[in-house]
Design a protein around this ligand. Structure first.
Ligand code: NAD
Ligand code: HSO
Ligand code: ZN
Length: 375
């Protein structure tokens, strides 16, 4: 059975059989058979068990992520010209679902999802994450509290995506956000249309371009950092230095030699990686030829893990070459654009003839009459 059919069967089962199916899949995949709702007591216990130093680190990073995202939204765009009003207004999505990997828990991801959601003004937020030994990761719960998220479910994988989309054991959501493994991403792809999705944010990837000036240790550590996410992750090294090409010998890293940094970047554009790291002299001068990447990290102090954790940039990024058409998560992903028009009489009359012609071309009689009646 291919992954499409496999995931589709789970989604249908959850849609048709509801909570019974959720229970079966939670038992089968997450070894969990308790209730799905996280209680206030569990949140309180998590809070108590976290050390003050850990809380400070989380709050510091929360602030940095907030700072980076707070001015992303550039405001409503309403133009008033010669008495006409044309524009686009933005409105937060009413209700969203956040998916945070839970078994090998990534609490940092909740900050990356929840902070821009709150900045965008989303009011109703649900969190789904798989339990580990029966419990949701305590740091995830602490961050949920910082974000004011109170509706939290111990559900992971495909069944969580189906539950949020079809409203099983909860009210359905309008859009689902968050990264996950191949099953989670296939599930998101399949429920798109019933609900919105942010993008295809799958197993982590790094493409590192190094010239002869790059530190070999940095190269090795940075490549291995993203492979640490699991066997589905990928790492590419592209270099114009034969020395580096020969010295970096790492299992599971795909290596390429190119004559120049420009050619290396062209190959990276074809790969369209989630993360593109440049360990080259004067990296800024290459920015204008980078076309396909989820995020670009440059210079000695820009290793991908710093972006994963504390720089403040978002670490929820397109993978599997989807950076060709998709982007890093921003505040805008949590909003809808609505076009707005209020033409003046003058503006209407100056162009209505063209509108009437087009209505005739399309043979739309009532469209024609609607406009004609105002002349
Ligand atoms: N692109 C990004 O922005 C980004 C950010 C953070 C993490 N990630 C990636 O997210 C991924 C997280 O993956 P994960 O697996 O740790 O967590 P996950 O939460 O995505 O998946 C775990 C869940 O998958 C389900 N599952 C496991 N095996 C299954 C099977 N055989 N059939 C059906 N369902 C099954 C289980 O319900 C389990 O809870 C990693 O690959 C990581 O690299 C990506
Ligand atoms: N590298 C991941 C994005 O691909 C994000 C992450 C979370 N925690 C550690 N890393
Ligand atoms: Zn990472």
């Amino acid at each position: 059975m291919d992954i499409y059919e496999y995931v589709s069967n789970i989604i249908s089962d959850v849609r048709i059989n509801g909570i019974d199916a959720l229970k079966r899949y939670s038992e089968a995949f997450d070894n969990y058979s308790g209730g799905f709702t996280v209680t206030d007591d569990e949140i309180e216990d998590a809070d108590k068990s976290i050390k003050p130093g850990e809380k400070d680190a989380i709050k510091n990073i929360y602030e940095r992520i907030y700072e980076y995202h707070k001015n992303q939204f550039e405001g409503q765009k309403i133009n008033i010209k010669n008495g006409s009003i044309y524009g686009i207004i933005y409105r937060p999505i009413d209700r969203i679902g956040l998916y945070v990997p839970g078994k090998r828990a990534l609490p940092s991801t909740l900050m990356m999802l929840g902070i821009p959601a709150r900045i965008a003004g989303v009011k109703s937020i649900v969190l789904c994450t798989a339990p580990e030994n029966g419990n949701v990761n305590k740091y995830t719960l602490y961050i949920a509290r910082l974000l004011g998220i109170r509706e939290i479910y111990k559900i992971g994988g495909v069944q969580a995506i189906a539950a949020m989309a079809y409203g099983i054991s909860m009210k359905p959501v309008d859009k689902i956000f968050g990264p996950g493994n191949k099953y989670v991403n296939e599930a998101k792809r399949q429920v798109f249309g019933i609900t919105g999705i942010d993008g295809l944010y799958g197993p982590s990837e790094i493409c590192l371009i190094a010239d002869d000036s790059a530190n070999i240790n940095y190269i090795k550590n940075d490549l291995l950092s993203q492979l640490e996410h699991g066997e589905a992750s990928s790492a590419y090294l592209i270099t114009n230095s034969l020395r580096i090409y020969n010295e970096v010998k790492l299992e599971n890293v795909k290596k390429y030699y190119k004559e120049t940094v420009e050619e290396s970047i062209e190959l990276a554009n074809e790969i369209a990686p989630e993360h593109l790291e440049l360990l080259v002299n004067d990296p800024l001068k290459y920015l204008n030829i980078i076309r396909n990447a989820g995020a670009v990290y440059m210079g000695e102090y820009g290793p991908v893990p710093a972006g994963d954790y504390f720089l403040g940039v978002n670490h929820v990024l397109p993978t599997g070459s989807s950076a060709r058409f998709s982007s890093v998560l921003t505040v805008y992903d949590f909003m809808k654009r609505i076009s707005v028009a209020m033409p003046s009489k003058y503006d209407f009359l100056s162009a209505v003839d063209s509108g009437l012609k087009l209505a005739s071309i399309e043979n739309m009689k009532m469209h024609y009459k609607s406009m004609e009646a105002r002349i």
